[in-house]
Design a protein. Structure first.
Length: 113
């Protein structure tokens, strides 16, 4: 989690320095994704412990993450090439370290039910 926060902070600071007017929006959306991941960790653990009310909560988080992904992709299209490279690194870290884990575990849980 510390690595994820560092990556998000670097992305936000680098984007803020690039002179692109979408930087604050990009920074805010990655920060929101980080918040959602933190929520998903808690809710997934409750789900694993038998609280089936968390299915709806996890579905809400998943829907918001998908929406954020679309919005971030739109922002990506407006970034200069050097910032696209940083964005790609940030996205890869976020997806591989956090979202992938929860998506796969939640999907696996839903398929078992």
């Amino acid at each position: 989690m510390k690595k994820l926060i560092a990556v998000l902070m670097i992305a936000g600071l680098s984007a803020a320095g690039c002179g692109n007017n979408t930087a604050p929006e990009w920074k805010a959306k990655f920060a929101r994704a980080s918040e959602l991941i933190a929520q998903a960790k808690v809710k997934y653990e409750a789900l694993r412990m038998g609280d089936t009310n968390m299915i709806a909560e996890m579905n809400k988080i998943n829907a918001e993450m998908e929406k954020l992904g679309g919005e971030l992709n739109t922002i990506y299209q407006t970034l200069p090439p050097d910032q696209q490279a940083l964005y790609n690194l940030t996205q890869r870290e976020l997806v591989s370290n956090e979202i992938w884990f929860f998506t796969n575990n939640f999907d696996r849980y839903m398929k078992q039910k």
